[in-house]
Design a binder for this molecule. Structure first.
Ligand code: IMP
Length: 418
């Protein structure tokens, strides 16, 4: 295997703007592959009049030559995928490039119902999931009772499995509105027929690419701090979102991986419940939310906003073994007189690490940096940013211990400074 695959991951709580960064890098790759998560993700790319919101299809979609691979570590709603394929076809995308691994797991309406019922049962401890059934689908996978896209090849097996799971799930979904068992069977059998041209032997597909010297870009979903093992558990998603998850999610070894690029927003946001030490309550938080348009792409929920957190950032750099960083949404900070960076945590008077993020009594060390007034949307070179903005970017690189190779300065795909 001569070509290494490169990985792009978010290093905060998701919504770092990975989609447009993947879109940019995708130009130089033959395949863009998703390795985990499902349609809980919402990746957005804006190119002139085209404003695409992607849920599960990889963000290489605007590059006509790239193949788009949904890997075995994902959990995918057939109805959602079909809807996305139709939406993309309607704007002229060649959707025959979209392939899904036979190892990926199927998310069905009873998973979404179980997700909602689970959240209701948690009451005030609710996670604030996207309600898409992601957690329950991964539960079925690990319990060895999930439905996979390989099952789509056999209508008899598929029907049997759905009927069995539907019955088993009754208790978990009591009280939730749900299509009848017969309706679910017939809509899934129909989806299986329509998705058949897209389903491939995922291991064969991807390894053939490597063996034919094709270049593979791997796209993460959600952010490192939502990783099921290393995030702010239990306020996390149900998959491994860190770079290591790419190996298991795609069935490749660590030796197949080249660079790992971390996408980091110039400030922090989080949607859903859970620890967020640098969160700003009140006017500054509201101002960040309004300036950054911080409302969820999947659920429309207002995102919690706060300063850039270097403690969380360094933790994520370690988890992912980053080669470099792309900073997004720097333009949102134009006009802030002072910009904070959380550089340290203290607990009981002692320095503390990210593991203490959820502890009561956590104190923050905040460094205040001078802001800049100018809009920066037209800047294309990092060296041409206003001096204060350059200093801010340099400081991010310094506290993370990783070079910044790209800065986004607006929503358009061309608004990038290098
Ligand atoms: P789930 O992935 O729907 O189970 O939700 C679990 C947690 O992950 C919740 O806090 C969600 O808000 C969060 N989450 C899931 N997907 C994303 C995403 O793409 N961006 C940001 N947060 C997400």
């Amino acid at each position: 295997m001569s070509n290494k695959a490169d990985i792009i991951v978010g290093i905060q709580w998701g919504d770092e703007g990975k989609g447009r960064i993947v879109d940019l890098y995708a130009e130089n790759y033959d395949v863009v592959a998703r390795f985990g998560g499902g349609d809980n993700a919402g990746h957005q790319i804006k190119a002139g009049e085209v404003d695409i919101a992607l849920r599960i299809v990889p963000s290489g979609v605007l590059n006509p030559h790239t193949e788009l691979f949904i890997g075995g570590g994902t959990v995918v709603s057939p109805a959602g995928l079909l809807e996305e394929i139709e939406r993309l076809a309607a704007i002229g995308v060649d959707v025959s490039r979209i392939k899904i691994s036979d190892r990926a797991h199927v998310v069905l309406s009873y998973h979404a119902a179980a997700d909602r019922a689970g959240e209701r049962a948690r009451g005030s401890n609710a996670i604030g999931t996207t309600g898409r059934g992601i957690g329950p689908a991964y539960v079925d996978k690990v319990a060895r009772s999930g439905v996979t896209f390989a099952d789509f090849a056999s209508p008899v097996t598929l029907e049997k499995k759905i009927r069995l799971k539907y019955a088993e799930r009754q208790e978990a979904i009591a009280g939730e509105a749900l299509a009848s068992e017969d309706e679910l069977v017939s809509s899934t059998l129909d989806a299986a027929r329509r998705l058949a041209p897209h389903i491939v032997d995922g291991v064969e597909f991807l390894h053939q690419k490597f063996e034919n010297d094709k270049r593979v870009l791997i796209e993460g979903a959600q952010g490192s701090l939502l990783d099921v093992g290393y995030g702010t558990y239990p306020y996390v998603t149900s998959s491994h979102t860190i770079a290591g998850g790419a190996c298991t999610g795609l069935g490749i070894g660590p030796t197949a991986v080249g660079r790992v690029i971390g996408v980091v927003k110039a400030y922090c946001t989080r949607v859903g419940a859970g620890p967020f030490p640098s969160e700003l309550h009140g006017e500054l938080g509201d101002r960040l939310r309004a300036a950054g348009g911080e409302f969820g792409t999947v659920t429309g929920r207002p995102r919690r906003c706060g300063w850039f957190d270097a403690v969380a950032g360094r933790y994520a750099v370690r988890l992912n073994g980053l080669s470099a960083v792309a900073v997004t949404k720097l333009d949102v900070l134009s006009g802030f007189e002072r910009i904070g960076i959380v550089t340290g945590y203290r607990l009981g008077g002692r320095p503390a690490g990210f593991g203490s993020a959820g502890e009561d009594g956590l104190e923050l060390e905040v460094e205040e940096m001078e802001g800049w007034a100018e809009p920066i949307g037209e800047v294309r070179r990092i060296a041409d940013l206003p001096a204060a903005a350059q200093r801010y970017v340099e400081r991010i690189a310094e506290v993370l211990g990783a070079p910044v190779e790209l800065v986004s300065v607006g929503r358009e795909r061309t608004q990038l400074a290098r």
